[in-house]
Design a protein around this ligand. Structure first.
Ligand SMILES: Cc1cc2nc3c(=O)[nH]c(=O)nc-3n(C[C@H](O)[C@H](O)[C@H](O)COP(=O)(O)OP(=O)(O)OC[C@H]3O[C@@H](n4cnc5c(N)ncnc54)[C@H](O)[C@@H]3O)c2cc1C
Length: 465
């Protein structure tokens, strides 16, 4: 084996936490290399969070214009130009690439474009995108290689060349009938966007509700909102087989309680979960073990089973959000410097960016029940929040879970306008361990959505004892 080039830190994959770590360490004088095979800046700005939210925003504009008459604005026939939608998204990505390249340059961290695989402990061989190979070794190595969309084993699916989110975000035509397999966050966001652009959309979900992690009333509210926009939602529908080619004609056969049913569409999007990018990269040669699901096995300090090798983000089994990968960076940064930060004591919020969005932090009602916790639950329909009377954004509700015998807030879920922003106020109260009564009794500005927190917490039943 040729002599490896030595670095203080080698980072495999330029995921969300890894790139921040690279810039931080390089700014502190360390010699750092980052190996990235495809996306400068990782998947979030290239093919995931940012481009999807960019297109969702374009879809929201389309929706507002299509419904403008309700607000007294008369717009003539509305046309959607998917090439312009895609161009606007690509322009944003191009600006992100420029930002990232500049950040690498100014930090001094070296970005090496190529595919990396371990060939020994803390040693990575890179097959360079431009040809040739390099051999790198690091005193410390960080794995931040992310995940990819799972394609389930359904007869005919592979041959159908179904879209994942990556191809769906590249469409410059409007599918006449988009079938979305999977009723989770990625599928629902894309379903609403394409419906608003003008496609017929059918969501096929094998489970008994959309968004399997959420309470049944939350999932049902979202189903009603999507149905109200004309999205067909098929629950308890087990895919049997696929015929045809996505982009041309597709027939998806599903089994439901009522027997087999054929759904005929033009395009098929698969959004049924994520698989870690851990296959065939020599992790065994580096002493890095995987868990049963194929994610890198880490402890709560994000150390892998190999000494001096850390893992960050989705491939490490962390919750699948950019802000978690970023927090993983802070944990590894501090632990590398001798600290003792952990992953198991953090409060992880999330938002699904539908319109209206869904936001959650802490426990849902059903999770509290599964844990056997005695809780009080209060709800407030968004139609009771005064601001929505002015804006007509009356869909959804706020829901809070409070301890039965103590006034601590245990969890908050909201479907409604500005849900993510309102949730941040609750998260702050939870971090500060405030009793819910502080928010109930706070003077909150009129006419904001957060003003609803007063009546929401006013609905919390009194303690039993
Ligand atoms: C459609 C969609 C929308 C999303 N929206 C949101 C959102 O709104 N908010 C949110 O918080 N999260 C969202 N997410 C999740 C979010 O994108 C990820 O959680 C986030 O990118 C963190 O990923 P990561 O740091 O684990 O790695 P990633 O950002 O996925 O980066 C991993 C990188 O490693 C590279 N790589 C992999 N293997 C190798 C190898 N062998 N050699 C070299 N390079 C390699 C990959 O090319 C990739 O660039 C969304 C995801 C999807 C799919």
């Amino acid at each position: 084996m040729p002599q490896a080039e030595r670095f203080d830190t080698v980072i495999l994959g330029s995921g969300q936490g890894g790139k921040l770590l690279a810039w931080h360490l390089a700014h502190s004088g360390k010699k750092v290399a980052v190996v990235e095979r495809r996306w400068v800046g990782g998947s979030c700005p290239a093919v995931a969070c940012m481009p999807s939210k960019n297109e969702l925003w374009s879809a929201r504009v389309a929706h507002l214009v299509q419904n403008a008459a309700q607000f007294g604005t008369l717009a003539d026939a509305v046309k959607i130009d998917m090439r312009k939608v895609r161009r606007r998204k690509q322009d944003m990505i191009d600006r992100e690439i420029e930002f990232h390249l500049n950040a690498y340059k100014t930090s001094g961290a070296e970005l090496i474009m190529g595919s990396g695989r371990f060939v020994g402990p803390k040693t990575i061989e890179v097959t360079l995108n431009d040809g040739g190979t390099r051999l790198l070794s690091g005193d410390e190595v960080v794995i931040n290689i992310g995940t990819h969309a799972a394609i389930p084993n359904i007869p005919g699916l592979e041959a159908a060349r179904a879209l994942t989110h990556i191809e769906a975000l590249e469409l410059d035509y409007l599918p006449s009938h988009l079938i979305v397999l999977g009723g989770g966050y990625v599928g629902i966001e894309m379903a609403q966007a394409y419906r608003r652009f003008g496609s017929r959309v059918t969501i096929v979900e094998p489970g008994r509700q959309l968004m399997g992690r959420e309470d049944a009333d939350v999932a049902e509210e979202m189903r009603g909102i999507l149905a109200g926009e004309g999205i067909e939602v098929l629950l308890n529908a087990q895919p049997v087989n696929v015929h045809g080619l996505s982009g041309d004609a597709i027939t998806l056969t599903v089994r439901t309680g009522a027997g087999e049913q054929k759904i005929e569409g033009s395009d098929l999007l698969v959004a049924v979960g994520r698989i870690a990018n851990t296959a065939d990269i020599g992790l065994d040669k580096a002493g890095v073990e995987l868990d049963a699901r194929g994610f890198v096995r880490v402890n709560e300090r994000l150390e892998t089973t190999a000494s001096g090798v850390w893992a960050i983000g989705e491939a490490a089994g962390s919750p699948q959000f950019t802000h978690v990968s970023v927090d993983d960076f802070r944990i590894v940064r501090d632990n590398m410097a001798g600290g003792n930060r952990r992953t198991d004591d953090r409060l992880v919020p999330y938002v699904m960016f539908t319109d209206p969005p869904l936001a959650r932090v802490g426990l849902s009602e059903s999770e509290a029940q599964r844990k056997g916790l005695a809780v009080r639950v209060a709800k407030l329909p968004m139609s009771n929040v005064l601001r929505t009377k002015a804006t007509d954004e009356t869909q959804g509700f706020m829901k809070v879970v409070v301890g039965a015998n103590a006034d601590r807030i245990l969890g908050f879920t909201m479907i409604g306008s500005e849900a993510g922003e309102v949730m941040a106020a609750i998260q702050t109260a939870m971090l500060a361990e405030l009793p819910y009564t502080k928010l109930r009794d706070a003077v909150i500005a009129h006419l904001t959505i957060a003003e609803g927190l007063g009546p929401l917490f006013g609905n919390v039943p009194p303690r039993a004892s």
